[in-house]
Each structure stands twice: as structure tokens, then as C-alpha cells.
Design a protein around this ligand. Structure first.
Ligand SMILES: Nc1ncnc2c1ncn2[C@@H]1O[C@H](COP(=O)(O)OP(=O)(O)OP(=O)(O)O)[C@@H](O)[C@H]1O
Length: 675
């Protein structure tokens, strides 16, 4: 019996249920035990007289009248009765839980959990608690349609009861003492079954420490591993060919581009494998730096790959690179999930025998069946979309492969040090000459007409425009409808004078590609799209970006979207259409309208992203943690990081008795760092 037993060992978890649990990231008993509640309902009994209005409380009393149920509308109902507490009666209402009537008996005691309305002296019931609970907190977990709250609750309890005795002490005793942390066992117990909010808080402090600490340990281990390797795939590039390539570019590099290129070339030529992060704001010209690095690799007889987060981006890279290398002897292949079996079969041997020099693709690049001849360089575009482990997987495809990770989402320095602590960092801090910042305005939906008039003026001047609609619903079908509705509206307004195209996630790859290339070659003037265009798309003639429901996007994401225009010396415009309902939402719109500084925006994005603001979080460039928050809990992060550095600085740390369990646990849980 071990914590990494699969969840299927628990009674009640069959194949089917395990699949739904896997989707929540729960594969093992350990995953389940570290699946944390996101809030607690206080079920300890309170006196209504001392309860503040609107507070959620448990009130205990006697059922004083026979409960009645009224049905109204479709499937809606209202159940009512009077609850007598210390001689006073309070009306109780439960909506849409008619079955509770059977559980209520006249003159019997019950506890009602709900919101207390002090003005009306009544209770809006949420839960009925029949047994005497005393002081207790009910853990509420993130649940889905497939895995219900009660299922998770029950499974956590079963897992804890059965595995309680084998929960090891994972943290070294010295750390537990120094930071007054709880044992792993107590942390798990108090997080799931706290006796008081204080207990839960304390447990969460330990949980956060552990989460950051494990992450930092992993980073430090990787860093150490890389440093120990001096068997890099040394790229002895051909200087003359490189100069020739640079001369053929339609522009000269900015000083900043030149500087990072030099840093990269130096790394490529050294006996230590490169492990470098290239940061640069949208449109700062990272792609060309990657191209030069890949070309350098090819001139030394080795191969280079570039991995993009989406197929459409991979295709665009393939096309761009093919153009750039058209005068040189370079074979490029595109390998994504959409590559046909036949094309794959034809391509794989040529990748293996080195016939193909540059392979552009998605995750498909590091599948088991793909063997490289001599992989000198792996470029990972939009690094924040990939996890630490994917970076590692790509590296392991070759021997001593050099890794260049690129990101347009700058993260604040304090965070970067920890998050990308295993990498060297190069920054492009200069835009190509003659670029003007995109003029951004924020308007209410009621002013859409004036935005359309402005758009028309630009179209008349021969320009092109993007129109973006967000993913408002979870379901792609609904989002597509949203985009299609706007597409039809724009067709009605602008066609036949200006043609309108459509691009959304539900289209086949070929359709997406055609839409993109047609737009790039100016076959139509307006492209209505969902966020598939978010990263990397490069059409210089497009100078207007119109974003509907802009408040549904995170700041960094809006900045990325806006970065699709203003990619030449022409003035570009971004119009945000939004009517945010919160102060925070309004502030975000103002900030994007005012600033075009990616670093500033990513800092603000982290500060302002609200609970449940998933888009903001995904875009912020910071890996997802389960309980810890790299911004709010930055102090814990720093301490955990220092400790991880200290521990791993000793070469035999794994053999020290106090670290044995830690090393074992880290090995067992490597998977949690893949996102
Ligand atoms: N030094 C330069 N002078 C002029 N134009 C340049 C320069 N470098 C790059 N460009 C052009 O600027 C545009 C943006 O460059 P690129 O696509 O490399 O940016 P990026 O940093 O990868 O942006 P993103 O993060 O949006 O993908 C491209 O059209 C590219 O050809």
C-alpha cells in the first residue's frame, strides 16, 4: 500500500469513474489526498440573534409548522416552514429541493444551513442537517458535472481512512521545526476535516509551502542535471553562411535582437547544453532570432526543431521559415497531430536519417515514434503554454540538445527567478525601428456603431482588420455560434464591398489554414475569429483589432491579441468593446487602454486577476499551482525556493536520512509538474 496507488484501488472507483477523476488531475491516492477544498461551510450552530445579515450560518431549532411545497415554472419549487429557536419562530425557505419535505417532521429538531436575512428575520435554506454535528466544517471541493461534490467528499474520506497510516513524513524534520509546519499527515487531515477555520488556515500554510518547495526542488534538480552535463551537442556553425543569411533578411536586426542572438550563438558553441529563456514583448521579433539560431544549427550539420502550442502557429512558422530559407539548402518538415498517417510515414525516416534539417510542429514532435538524426537545438515557442516536463522531454530527444524557450508573456522578475530558475534569460527590450504603439480605446457596446464606422474608414484606406470574440461559454459549440453570429452581422454590413472571413476552433485544420493564408494574402479584409489567432499570427497589413466582450480576457491575453496589429511602421488601432460589471473589470480595461508595456501589464494581470479568472491565470506565464498563489504567497515561495537551493547544493542530499522520503516522494510525483 503506497500513496501512489492508482485511485482504482478504492472501492467505488471503476474504470469509468477513474477516467472522470483523471480529468480533474486525480490519478493516484496521493492526488486525491492533495485535492484541496476551495472553501468550507461553517456548520457549527449559531444563534440567529447574534448573526449578521447575509451571513451563511447553521441554525438549529424545532420544525414548528407542517412544511409546504409550491411548484412554479418548469421544475422550480419553494418549500417553506417555520423554525422555532429559543421561543422565536423564523420562516425558512428552500428553493428547488422539494424532496427535503420528507426529511422534516413536525416538532422534531433539525439544523438548517443557509443565509440569514436579518431584516426579514428569515432563513434561505441551502442544506438540511439532521444529525447533531456540534462544531464542524464542511469541505467544499471543486467539482464537475461528472464528478459530484459528494463523490469527491466520500472518496477523500475513504482514501484518508485507508491510507492514513502510510502517509510518510515528506518534509525534512529541520524544515518542519524551522517554519513551524505541520506533518504531511496532519496537513492532509486538517485540510479536509478541520475542526476550526484556524486549523484549516494552518494546514493550508503547510500545503502552500510544500507545493512551492516541491516545485523548487524539481527546478533545482533539473538545473543541477543540466550543469553536470558537459556533453552538449556543440554547434559549430558556419559564420559565413550566417552572415549571408542575415544580409538576405528584409531588415537589419535591432541592437537588442543582435545581443540576444550573440548570447544564443555563444551558448550553442559551448560544451554545456544551452537552457535559455528568450523573453520579448509581442512583435519584438523573437521569431527571426529563433530562425537564425536554427539556421546556425543546420549549418553545423545538425537538426533543429521548433515546437508551437497550436497547429495553426506551427503551420505559420513552417511557412515563414520556408520563405526565409528559400535561398539556402534547408529541408523543412511540418509535424503536428493533424499530419496524415501517410505523410508521417514518409517523413519519419527522413527525420531519422537527417535528410530533413528543420522540423516544425506541436507536441507531436516528441512522440516516441519520432527519432532524430542529430538534434542540436529545440526551440519552444510560447513557453508558458508548456510545462517544465515538456521542456525536459524535448531535451531528451537528442543528446545534450540545446533548448531555447521563447515567451512573449514577460513575468515579473521576482517570479521569473523562481519559475524559470533552471534557465538563463535573454531579453529583447526594444521594438523594431519605426514601430508606433497601438492606439487603444475602450468603448461601451452601445457605441459599437462608431467603431464600425472607424473600421470602414480603415478598410477604405486598404487596410485589414481582425474582429475577435471571446470564449464566453465552456462549450465550443456556443462560442462558435457567437463568432458565426458576428461573422454574419459583419457580412451584412461590409459585403460585397469588403469581404469577411471566419476562423474558429471548430474548423478543420485545412479550413483554418486556408482562412489564415487568404487573410494574409488580402483575399478578404476582415477576419472574424475566436481566440485561435491569439498568438504569433503575423499579417502586416492588418492594422485594426476589434475585440468584443474584451472584459472576458486577461490583460496579458488582450496585450497578445493587440500585438497582432502594429507589426509594421503604420499606425495601428485596437478597440475594446466591453461593459464590465465590476470595478476591477473597468480598471483592467483602463489599464490596457493606457499601457502598451507587456511587463507592466503582466504584473497588473497577476495583481488584478480575480478568483476564477481562469483566462488571466492561464495567460500570466506562471505555472498553475493547486493551493499556493505565486503572487499572494510570494514570501512562502521565496523561502521554499531558498530551502530547495540549500538542500540540493549538497551533492549527496538524497542519501541523508532526513531527505530519503523527500527524494522518494519527488520521484513518485514528477507527473504533477506537467500541465
Ligand atoms: N529588426 C526588425 N526590423 C523590422 N521588422 C522586424 C524586425 N524583426 C522582426 N521584424 C518583423 O516584425 C514582425 C514581428 O516579429 P516576430 O513575429 O518575430 O515577433 P515575435 O516577437 O515573435 O512576436 P509574437 O510574440 O507576436 O509572436 C514580423 O513581421 C517580423 O518580420
Amino acid at each position: 500500500m503506497e500513496l501512489n496507488d492508482p485511485v482504482t484501488v478504492l472501492s467505488g472507483v471503476g474504470e469509468k469513474k477513474s477516467v472522470t477523476l483523471n480529468k480533474l488531475g486525480i490519478n493516484t491516492v496521493n492526488d486525491l489526498l492533495t485535492y484541496f477544498p476551495w472553501r468550507y461551510d461553517d456548520l457549527s450552530v449559531k444563534d440567529p440573534q447574534t448573526t449578521e445579515s447575509g451571513q451563511k450560518v447553521t441554525i438549529r431549532g424545532v420544525v414548528a409548522t407542517e412544511p409546504t411545497v409550491n411548484f412554479f415554472g418548469r421544475k422550480k419549487s419553494r418549500l417553506r416552514f417555520l423554525l422555532k429557536v429559543d421561543g422565536q419562530t423564523y420562516p425558512v425557505t428552500f428553493f428547488n429541493q422539494p424532496w427535503l419535505k420528507k426529511q422534516l417532521e413536525l416538532n422534531h429538531e433539525v439544523s438548517v444551513y443557509g443565509t440569514f436575512d436579518a431584516a426579514r428575520q428569515q432563513i434561505n435554506g441551502m442544506k438540511l442537517i439532521k444529525q447533531e454535528l456540534g462544531s464542524s466544517f464542511d469541505s467544499i471541493y471543486p467539482a464537475t458535472k461528472e464528478v459530484k461534490q459528494n463523490t469527491i467528499k466520500k472518496l477523500v474520506k475513504t482514501a484518508f481512512d485507508e491510507y492514513e497510516s502510510v502517509i510518510p513524513e515528506v518534509l525534512p524534520e529541520s524544515l518542519i521545526q524551522k517554519y513551524r509546519l505541520e506533518s504531511f499527515h496532519d496537513m492532509i487531515k486538517n485540510v479536509h476535516f478541520p475542526k476550526s477555520p484556524k486549523d484549516a488556515d494552518k494546514a493550508f500554510r503547510t500545503a502552500k509551502f510544500m507545493e512551492f518547495f516541491f516545485f523548487s526542488m524539481r527546478i533545482q534538480q533539473l538545473k543541477k542535471m543540466h550543469r553536470q552535463e558537459n556533453d552538449a551537442s556543440v554547434v559549430q556553425y558556419d559564420d559565413q553562411l550566417l552572415t549571408k543569411f542575415s544580409q538576405k533578411l528584409p531588415f537589419s536586426l535591432t541592437d537588442s535582437q543582435q545581443k540576444v542572438t550573440d548570447e544564443i550563438l555563444k551558448d550553442l558553441n559551448s560544451p554545456y547544453p544551452m537552457n535559455r529563456l528568450l523573453q520579448g514583448d509581442v512583435g519584438s521579433g523573437k521569431t527571426v532570432v529563433a530562425a537564425i539560431s536554427m539556421f546556425a544549427t543546420v549549418t553545423s550539420g545538425k537538426q533543429a526543431v521548433i515546437m508551437a502550442p497550436t497547429e495553426i502557429l506551427a503551420e505559420q512558422h513552417a511557412e515563414n521559415l520556408a520563405n526565409m530559407f528559400s535561398d539556402f539548402d534547408v529541408n523543412i518538415a511540418l509535424l503536428t497531430g493533424a499530419t496524415s498517417a501517410q505523410a508521417r510515414r514518409a517523413m519519419l525516416p527522413n527525420i531519422e536519417n537527417g535528410e530533413i534539417n528543420i522540423i516544425v510542429g506541436t507536441h507531436a514532435l516528441f512522440q516516441d515514434s519520432v527519432h532524430y538524426h542529430d538534434l542540436g537545438l529545440a526551440v519552444i515557442d510560447e513557453q508558458h503554454r508548456f510545462g517544465v516536463n515538456q521542456r525536459q522531454a524535448m531535451r531528451e530527444k537528442g543528446e545534450g540538445t540545446n533548448v531555447l524557450a521563447m515567451t512573449a508573456t514577460p513575468i515579473p522578475r521576482t517570479l521569473a527567478i523562481t519559475m524559470y530558475g533552471d534557465m538563463d534569460v535573454s531579453i529583447i527590450n526594444q521594438m523594431p525601428n519605426g514601430r508606433k504603439p497601438v492606439k487603444t480605446t475602450w468603448i461601451s457596446a452601445t457605441k459599437t456603431k462608431s467603431a464600425l464606422a472607424f473600421l470602414k474608414k480603415q478598410l477604405l484606406a486598404g487596410k485589414q482588420a481582425y474582429v475577435v470574440t471571446p470564449l464566453i461559454e465552456e462549450s465550443e459549440a456556443v462560442d462558435m455560434k457567437n463568432a458565426v453570429a458576428i461573422y454574419e452581422r459583419f457580412q451584412a454590413i461590409f459585403e460585397p464591398e469588403f469581404k469577411v472571413g471566419l476562423l474558429h476552433g471548430r474548423m478543420t485544420n485545412d479550413e483554418k489554414n486556408t482562412a489564415m493564408t487568404d487573410f494574409a494574402s488580402n483575399k478578404f479584409s476582415v477576419l472574424v475569429a475566436t481566440t485561435v489567432i491569439e498568438v504569433g499570427v503575423d499579417v502586416k497589413n492588418a492594422n485594426v483589432m476589434l475585440i468584443f466582450d474584451a472584459d472576458h480576457f486577461g490583460l496579458s491575453q488582450l496585450h497578445q491579441l493587440r500585438g497582432r496589429v502594429g507589426r509594421s511602421s503604420e499606425q495601428a488601432y485596437c478597440v475594446l468593446i466591453a461593459d464590465p460589471k465590476t470595478e476591477n473589470g473597468r480598471k483592467r480595461m483602463e489599464i490596457v487602454a493606457e499601457s502598451s508595456d507587456g511587463f507592466y501589464l503582466s504584473q497588473k494581470d497577476l495583481e488584478l486577476r480575480g478568483q476564477g479568472d481562469i483566462t488571466g491565470k492561464q495567460q500570466s506565464g506562471v505555472p498553475d499551482f493547486k493551493v499556493a498563489d505565486p503572487v499572494e504567497d510570494l514570501n512562502i515561495l521565496n523561502v521554499a525556493n531558498q530551502e530547495a537551493q540549500r538542500i540540493t547544493s549538497e551533492s549527496d542530499w538524497k542519501r541523508k536520512p532526513e531527505n530519503v522520503q523527500l527524494a522518494k516522494y519527488l520521484k513518485m510525483n514528477q507527473h504533477i509538474f506537467t500541465d
